[in-house]
Ligand binder design. Sequence first.
Ligand code: ACO
Length: 315
Amino acid sequence: MKIIGTGRSHPSLVVTNDMLSQILDTSDEWITTRTGIKERRVISTENLEDLSIDAAKKALADANMDAKDLDYIICANVVNEYICPAMSCIIQGAIGATCPCFDLNGACVGFIYALEIAESFYRSGKYKNILVVCAEEPSRMVNWHDRTASVLFGDGAGAVVLTEGDNIKATKMSASCNWDRLYQKHELQYSPFNKKPNSNLPLVMHGQDVFKFATRAAIKDISHVMKETGYQPDEIKHYLIHQANLRIINNIKEYLNQPDEKFPLNIQKYGNTSSASLPILLDETNKEGRLQRGDLIVMSAFGSGFVSGACILEW
Ligand code: ACO
């Protein structure tokens, strides 16, 4: 497949580190030096579905495609206000599409999962035009009294339109179960039969373990797709890395021995927007005119599970 359109949408509320230091025992200095984040967008009055629909419409406009011509919609999402129906179905109705759709929960790796699935759908010969929307609202998951996790995340949505082509050169997905390092459980509704205690907890994160996993997994996945395609690090024009922590991105950059300008960043503005991180970064890089047709792009993401993935595509 190839990407022919990109779009993104952000909540209007900007929450700066200084605003957080008024409600938490933290500081702009701590958050900036440990993570690279200066501010993030957080849902206040909007709904995540509104951001998803907005991002989808922008990607379709960018691709110059009518929603009726879509053959499938995939939405990557960890949590939103609905447990059902799927977010993809809400998007389908709002944009006027008539195709089938489903949601996937690949944590922060949702975009790369969606690209790999779209590519195999296309190869099956059944579907040609696929809309991928990654929409995330981690502000719904974190405990805003917990300074260790709440400062890291932001909300947002990113979307791409895919059609027939030969631009996805390689994908590599990985999983290594360490679920208790980063997780959240659903609240149990009242049941007269279920005898287990309710486990309504906010997001639990062992940051240092996640940090080590993320760095190792990203390097391993990127090395895998490079080896599979035979491309050398110097031949890649852009490295789009999941915007979770600037120090993780710097470790990957050092390993690959590549210059700063190949690593677009927006973590300072948006924090970690989970699966939306990569399509938001891709759209920003695209709209800034930094992508030329033929450029080789590596994308890499990692998240709760642990799961990780990387891909190489030609723009
Ligand atoms: N402000 C001030 N101090 C803080 C804060 C905060 N927001 N959070 C923690 N601290 C304190 C800790 O309590 C600790 O204090 P102590 O030394 O008195 O015990 C000190 O800062 C150092 O804490 P560490 O956890 O050792 O700090 P570290 O350098 O590891 O940075 C961080 C923490 C930023 C969370 C880092 O581990 C990290 O980024 N990990 C990866 C997290 C991540 O990317 N998660 C999501 C990835 S997957 C996905 O996207 C869903």
